[in-house]
Design a protein around this ligand. Structure first.
Ligand SMILES: NC(=O)c1ccc[n+]([C@@H]2O[C@H](COP(=O)([O-])OP(=O)(O)OC[C@H]3O[C@@H](n4cnc5c(N)ncnc54)[C@H](OP(=O)(O)O)[C@@H]3O)[C@@H](O)[C@H]2O)c1
Length: 236
């Protein structure tokens, strides 16, 4: 199957190739996978295990097995088919006491995206990374310190990569149905919660938005803001 173009908006949809998605096995990545297929986008999921293969293939998604911590596996998986954009939601706990993927895994994905000439990279990071540390209370910051440090390194690496990027920093994630109240803002002092399904919708909207290019955006549910409650919303 050669992927067809089918987007709306600008830039990415004028290219052929897959939207490569890392993190599709569960959580926000799985929600993104579903939404991209609803929007008839050709999706290739990079998974580190076979567990989610059947469900994703059932959605019409091409699956490649590649652990983000293994540089060569990622390079190979990326180069095997044309790629127009890459989305990464990888994170969570390391497997079997191994390393976290938040920095090194994303670095490999970013290098792979550069190598294949992807036109866009969307990185799902976290509120608390970089200047958005100001949004979190000190005890939360210190509890998440090591993860946030890796997230920030990945963000920096992406910003210096030359790729057209969007960095989306969600607040606390909940696995509940979409509310439709998810919003993006450039204000780094905003904090709160957001449902994974709403983050997924924002990621998909950003994929085809010129307004989101080169931006670092916090994502919260406007009804679940816990920090600054008056802020400017980015219109995509
Ligand atoms: N939890 C929160 O409240 C919160 C708040 C803000 C931001 N975030 C960030 O938002 C993003 C999405 O979070 P989530 O909770 O929806 O996701 P999640 O359920 O934690 O899923 C993480 C995904 O990353 C994949 N992954 C991890 N290491 C990998 C590796 N080495 N190679 C390939 N895949 C790898 C996992 O695959 P497996 O299924 O194989 O493990 C899984 O698909 C993450 O980056 C997270 O850190 C989370």
């Amino acid at each position: 199957m050669y992927p067809q173009q089918n987007g709306v908006g600008s830039g990415v949809e004028s290219m052929t190739g897959y939207v490569v998605l890392a993190g599709a096995s569960r959580g926000t990545g799985r929600e993104i996978a579903r939404l991209l297929r609803d929007r008839q986008q050709p999706v290739k999921a990079l998974l580190r295990s076979e567990a989610a293969r059947a469900e994703l293939e059932g959605l019409g998604i091409k699956v490649a097995i590649a652990d983000a911590l293994e540089r060569e596996a990622i390079t190979r998986a990326m180069a095997a088919d044309p790629v127009r954009a890459v989305i990464s939601t990888i994170g969570g706990l390391p497997q079997d006491g191994g390393s976290r993927a938040d920095y090194v895994g994303n670095k490999h994905l970013i290098d792979g995206a550069v190598a294949v000439g992807a036109s866009r990279f969307i990185l799902v990071s976290s509120i608390g990374s970089g200047e958005s540390a100001a949004a979190l209370p000190p005890p939360v910051l210190s509890a998440l310190g090591a993860v946030l440090q890796e997230k920030e390194q990945a963000e920096q690496y992406l910003r210096n990569s030359g790729l057209n990027y969007t960095i989306i920093r969600p607040g606390g994630l909940k696995s509940e149905p979409a509310t439709g109240n998810g919003v993006l803002t450039e204000n780094p002092r905003v904090s709160g919660s957001i449902h994974r399904a709403d983050v997924a919708a924002l990621v998909c909207d950003c994929l085809f938005s010129e307004a989101a290019t080169g931006k670092i955006l916090s994502a919260i549910d406007r009804q679940q803001a816990s920090g600054e409650t008056s802020f400017e919303i980015l219109r995509l």
